[in-house]
Design a protein around this ligand. Structure first.
Ligand code: GLY
Length: 561
């Protein structure tokens, strides 16, 4: 009886399933940028108009987001970039943060071996060595066409002249003010006003000076000289670990993108240390054996199947994924079709499986809560998919005194103690334990799809553990359910990650009947008052035009021509 009342209570909070599934986004003839902020998208589109390529635009957007979207845009964080050139060459850049050299396995535990609450999430010890500036320098050196300074200059101007705050940004700055004061050792420009409101101009003088140094000196403008000194001084004041040597030694890494096929599509995504590409390919490979298109969008049957696939894939993630430079990730074994079929052998269309009955699988032996995504296609057809992050919203909440930017709290993406969930509830073990100089496991899933050898979609999302499922659903919304790009992004989302054994669902993900159907099968579906993911994507239409999908859950915007 109690269960019945609980279900009734939950129903009363469920809304209607998405009604804007057929909405088309901005359609342009030649080029497009979709990002989390209209000003950043405008900067990227302007670079493309001036003859820059998609990589040039990506660099400019990264720096612009560091100014106008400080909750996730960053200088003090990291990210992953996947690109596909118009001649079909593909590449992936890992500019993920690294654990400082002085980091060690038990650094977040007390003498009894218990986790010290919050230490990996807020404050100086939560920060990994930032990778963004080196990443941007490396991608520009390899693929850029316009001069470096022209790509950083728009961000310098935005910071120096100021820009109007959106309602959402003003709210978030106000909500985080107390934490900024508590965790920063000096007062940043972001708290000059005690209460921001929509339309207020935010001028960031210290950040403008840091960006000028990066503009004029490239890598050395951040990892050496005054900026490095300010970071090290901040660490000394706040008892953090990042040293001068950590900054000098940081280097982004070029990796081979992970590729696979799903029906008529080639999927190009990020390999470890992100779990995103691998988990996405596992999900899509499993899905190719089931008629989800016939079952329909977010029907009980489709959602039940997707939840069961997600349960198994996230169990694998918890055990087998980590930094490939420290741990041999069994990539081929995890993607093996027979292995994935075996993972689904106890799947029943009738009822949910208990997560306690789904241990991480044993694949074949190894072969030798905030982030932001942007998607870019240029006039030549080059495509760039970038997901970049400070981890949680505004990262560690630590501003580097005198330098005006936030440091990440990416250390929490490590498994700080086996079996202890991170801020996203994700579990991990040895593969992702803290080690000096190691990269923490990520869920970021910047992805590009080809169809019949041609560019088809550029897609990605923020959202911690929900990134993978948001990207998975968006891809299925277009490829299986024929939604336009904007409709696919609008569509209500749901998420399951093995543990905790619950399905998180946006209110618009399911009709009441489908919601009831899922409970009936044994899924603990929790309707959320918040949203899941913020997907920014571009679809190449059959006539070659580009359709943007800018997520209405935020201020996200498409721009192009
Ligand atoms: N910090 C979120 C992620 O990398 O998955």
């Amino acid at each position: 009886m109690r269960k019945f009342y609980l279900i009734l209570l939950l129903f009363s909070t469920v809304g209607c399933a998405s009604s804007n599934l057929n909405e088309r986004g901005l359609v342009t003839e030649q080029a497009m940028v979709v990002s989390a902020h209209p000003l950043a998208s405008a900067v990227g589109a302007d670079i493309l108009r001036r003859g820059g390529n998609a990589v040039d635009a990506a660099v400019a957007v990264q720096f612009a987001l560091a100014v106008v979207y400080p909750d996730a845009g960053n200088l003090g964080g990291g990210g992953f970039l996947v690109l596909r050139l118009q001649d079909r060459r593909i590449d992936a850049l890992d500019y993920r943060e690294k654990a400082p050299a002085a980091a060690h396995r038990n650094m977040y535990l007390n003498e009894k071996g218990e986790v010290i609450k919050g230490l990996s999430v807020k404050g100086h010890l939560a920060a990994g060595v930032p990778g963004t500036v080196d990443g941007m320098v490396q991608v520009h050196e390899k693929y850029g066409s316009l001069p470096w300074r022209e790509l950083v200059q728009p961000a310098v101007l935005l910071a120096a002249r100021g820009f109007p705050l959106t309602k959402l940004e003003a709210k978030k700055l106000n909500e985080n003010r107390k934490d900024f004061i508590r965790y920063s050792t000096q007062r940043p420009d972001f708290i000059l006003k005690s209460r921001w409101k929509k339309g207020d101009t935010l001028r960031l003088k210290e950040l403008a000076s840091t960006l000028e140094r990066i503009r004029d000196k490239g890598r050395a403008g951040f990892y050496e000289g005054p900026t490095a000194q300010l970071i090290v001084a901040e660490m000394q004041r706040g008892k953090g670990l990042i040293s001068k040597a950590d900054l000098q030694n940081y280097s982004a890494v070029w990796r081979s993108p992970l590729t696979g096929t799903y029906k008529d599509y080639t999927v190009i995504s990020m390999p470890p240390p992100s779990s995103g590409g691998l988990a996405l390919l596992q999900l899509l490979t499993i899905t190719s054996d089931y008629p989800v298109a016939d079952w329909g969008w977010n029907t009980t049957k489709t959602a039940h199947f997707m939840i069961e696939a997600e349960r198994r894939v996230y169990a694998d993630r918890a055990k087998h994924l980590g930094d490939p430079d420290f741990y041999q990730v069994p990539v081929a074994g995890l993607l093996d079709k027979t292995y994935l079929k075996r993972r689904m052998c106890n799947f029943s269309l009738k009822h949910a499986t208990d997560s306690d009955d789904i241990a991480p699988g044993e694949p074949g032996p190894p072969e030798a809560k905030h982030t932001t995504h942007y998607s870019i296609v240029d006039q030549q057809g080059n495509a760039v998919s970038v997901t970049t992050t400070l981890n949680s919203s505004f990262g560690s909440k630590v501003f580097v005194g005198g330098a005006g930017f936030l440091l990440n709290n990416e250390m929490d993406d490590f498994s700080i103690k086996p079996g202890h969930p991170n801020t996203y509830g994700l579990l991990g073990g040895d593969a992702n334990a803290v080690e000096s100089g190691k990269r923490m496991l990520s869920s970021m899933t910047p992805t590009i799809l080809e169809k019949d050898g041609n560019l088809f979609m550029v897609v990605g999302s923020p959202g911690g553990s929900t990134i993978i499922t948001s990207v998975y659903q968006t891809i299925l919304n277009v490829t299986a359910h024929n939604l336009p790009m904007q409709g696919a992004v609008n569509a209500g989302r749901f998420h399951h990650q093995w543990e905790p054994d619950v399905v998180l669902a946006e209110k618009k993900a399911f009709t009441l009947g489908r919601f009831l159907g899922l409970w009936w099968k044994g899924h603990k579906v929790i309707p959320l008052s918040r949203t899941i993911g913020r997907v920014d994507a571009i679809l190449v239409l059959p006539d070659g035009k580009l359709e943007g999908g800018a997520d209405p859950r935020g201020d996200d915007a498409a721009a192009g021509f």
